[in-house]
Unconditional design. Sequence first.
Length: 89
Amino acid sequence: QTARRTDASVGAGALGRVTVGKTGTFELDGQEVVLLGGNYVVKAKPYFPPMDVVRSDAKAMAEGARAMAYSPSASASGSPRKVLPVVRL
C-alpha cells in the first residue's frame, strides 16, 4: 500500500502507512514495529474530537514514548522493533 499523507500526518512526521504483515505483526516499510497509544471513542456527533486536541494528545504520547524506559523484545527474525506512538480515531 502507498503512504497517504494528510495535514495531520505531515505535522506528525509524515510516516508511511503501518500495515499488518503476513505473520500478523504491525509493519512500517517492511520493518516490524510496536504501536503504543490510544483510541478515541465518540458516540455522538461530531464523532471525532477537535483536531487540536488530537494533535496535543499525539504529541504528549510521542514525548512519553521517547522518554520511557520500555524497550520491546526483538522481532521473530531477531531485529530490533521500534515503538511508534499512535492515535486511532
